[in-house]
Write a protein that binds this ligand. Structure first.
Ligand SMILES: [Fe+2]
Ligand SMILES: [Fe+2]
Length: 377
């Protein structure tokens, strides 16, 4: 069988990954949109084989049952959150999200403390909103995996993840509503990625798009924010969500490892391309077009600089610190003449390849088991 070569524009709708014009030409999702329908081509599969065929997945299922927590009881919702104070304190540690000196000659040059604080507040609302929409994506994808995966052990496990994700949607939605006074519509790049993952008829693609890519990024981003924010309620909430997320990524790694071992080069190429497409979509979403729009700034003036901003580059690369080692563990980097390795080199994220993969690391995230670097203070 020959391996087909899709062009970059087949995969991501443009030839140059950094084509700002094309990135920004994707319109923002209507803020008033309430419902969004996606057709899925996937088959729902029953299995009559109830034997314990995959003990590693059953172990995760047992962990999931004892790892449950209650979003309305286990999170100290009574904690007051002073948004301005929180963001000002976090900006002391995190920086402003972008490096002001880097944007000389743009409208940001005229911003004073008031504008930078407002930018920080909007940025936080925006980021937690994208987490929220991603969590709903995970809720829907794991319901889909429960239906489409042919393995009994995986159906059992996936059903527990549906409950986990419902809880994550619940706590992020509540935090945004009660503590931040509302959030943002889904970013269109994230929306396109979720649509692709939900639409695809092949059950393993749901795992790759959700468990490896979206949740891998979420685990890294949650860890980053958890470590750096001084806001105790958010810290607590993120710690609880992370204890579940690490298990979810492990579910993806353990399942796909088995599937990919038997795949042809041509089939692997499609998975590699999908992983690349997802990486670009996720990078594009962090350009936070909606926040620039809210601040009255033309994103076209800012985004070309953002793509080169050294401070942001570090943050952006960190987001891939779970994805790259997990892709490596799955054999996605090396197959087809290292096709995905070369794409990750282009995106500047290959340096994470030998970091710990989540197939083994998830036990560290269990509540009560945390090492110093992720312990809740
Ligand atoms: Fe989640
Ligand atoms: Fe998850």
């Amino acid at each position: 069988m020959t391996v087909t070569h899709s062009s970059t524009s087949d995969m991501i709708g443009r030839e140059d990954v950094n084509d700002v014009e094309a990135i920004l030409s994707v319109p923002m999702v209507d803020p008033d949109e309430v419902l969004h329908a996606v057709k899925s081509d996937a088959e729902t599969i029953f299995t009559w084989d109830y034997s314990l065929a995959r003990p590693h997945l059953r172990k995760l299922y047992e962990k999931a049952k004892t790892g449950q927590w209650n979003g309305s009881i286990d999170i100290p919702w009574e904690t007051p959150v002073d948004v301005e104070k929180t963001i000002a304190a976090d900006q002391e540690v995190l920086g402003k999200g972008v490096d002001p000196d880097w944007y000389a000659g743009t409208p940001l040059e005229r911003w004073g403390d008031k504008e930078w604080l407002e930018f920080g507040i909007q940025g936080r609302k925006w980021m937690l909103s994208q987490f929220l929409h991603g969590e709903q994506g995970a809720l829907i994808c794991t319901a889909k995996i429960t239906e489409t995966v042919p393995w009994y052990d995986a159906k059992l496990y996936a059903s527990t993840q549906v409950v986990d994700e419902a809880r994550h949607v619940e706590v992020f939605a509540r935090y945004l509503d009660e503590k931040l006074g509302g959030g943002y519509q889904i970013n269109s790049h994230l929306g396109m990625l979720l649509d692709d993952v939900v639409k695809d008829a092949r059950w393993d693609m749901t795992y790759l798009g959700m468990q490896i890519m979206v949740e891998g990024l979420a685990l890294a981003a949650f860890g980053f924010l958890h470590q750096l924010t001084s806001e105790p309620l958010l810290k607590h909430l993120l710690r609880y969500v992370m204890s579940d997320e690490a298990r979810h990524v492990a579910f993806g790694v353990l399942s796909l490892k088995e599937v990919y071992e038997h795949m042809s080069d041509a089939e692997m190429k499609e998975r590699q391309e999908f992983a690349f497409e997802a990486s670009v979509r996720m990078r594009d979403r962090f350009l936070q077009q909606e926040v620039w729009h809210h601040m009255g700034v033309n994103a076209k003036d800012i985004v070309p600089l953002m793509l080169q901003d050294p401070g942001r580059k570090m943050f952006q690369q960190m987001l891939f610190s779970k994805i790259v080692p997990n892709c490596k563990k799955l054999g996605l980097l090396e197959r087809n003449d290292q096709w995905l390795r070369r794409r990750f080199e282009d995106l500047g994220v290959i340096q994470f390849e030998d970091w710990e993969n989540t197939g083994e690391e998830y036990l560290k995230f269990e509540l009560g088991q945390e090492p110093a670097e992720i312990r809740h203070h």
